[in-house]
Design a protein around this ligand. Structure first.
Ligand code: GSH
Length: 209
């Protein structure tokens, strides 16, 4: 059984979408990352920075979105969300899954918080390098790793959605809109969005009630 440590409308939402794509049974443990007193200290035993997401799969704990994605897709290969070892597309799949957390997310967070920096000296490079690389890649193929949907699309797609509609930190380029439009037609995306919305409302988040 999978326990999914989650907070609605957060960076954990892409893992929620992935779980719906996989079709594996899971239960949700709400971690209130917005509680005035902070997340209880006991949760640090699961996630060292008390962040979501985290997964407990039959007693094995996995943290960090890229690692969780790789782990779950390898444990549930029948879902077909990861190119197998030996498939040439696996190189781009792994590259983009890691890029999502190592470059895309920190660059956007810095932008959203008004942090100006030079690309040199930071492991993630500059904002325009990231946005242009993403645009070039998505102009050359329908999905982030190639010609078919993978778990890397979930992390990049969820990130584009959040960065465009919530952070307002990503330029509204047509290629990003078309790409996300393609992903948003997926039944698993629609199921997870509805469930995340219901969880946001049930936990009293502003805007959801
Ligand atoms: N590197 C982590 C980042 C996770 C993360 O930033 N989670 C945010 C959700 S938006 C969080 O839990 N924030 C609560 C806090 O920092 O107290 C991952 O990729 O899993």
């Amino acid at each position: 059984m999978i326990t999914f440590y989650h907070a609605p409308w957060s960076r954990a939402s892409g893992i929620f979408w992935l779980l719906e794509e996989l079709g594996a049974p899971y239960r949700i443990e709400h971690v209130d990352i917005r509680a005035p007193g902070g997340v209880p200290e006991e949760y640090r035993a699961i996630q060292p920075n008390k962040k979501v997401p985290a997964i407990d799969h039959d007693g094995v704990v996995i943290t960090e979105r890229a690692a969780i994605s790789i782990y779950l897709c390898d444990v549930f290969p029948e879902a077909g969300l990861a190119p197998a070892v030996g498939d040439r597309m696996r190189a781009q799949y792994l590259t983009w899954l890691v890029y999502a957390d190592a470059v895309f997310d920190p660059v956007l967070a810095a932008k959203a918080h008004g942090h100006e920096f030079m690309g040199r000296g930071y492991s993630y490079g500059s904002f325009s390098e990231m946005a242009n690389h993403l645009e070039r890649t998505l102009s050359s193929r329908p999905y982030i790793a190639g010609d078919r949907f993978t778990a890397a699309d979930i992390q990049i797609g969820a990130g584009i959605n959040y960065a465009t509609n919530v952070l307002k930190a990503l330029p509204e380029r047509p290629v990003f809109k078309e790409y996300f439009g393609r992903l948003a037609t997926r039944p698993a995306f629609q199921r997870y969005s509805q469930k995340d919305f219901e969880m946001a409302r049930a936990t009293g988040m502003a805007g959801a009630v």
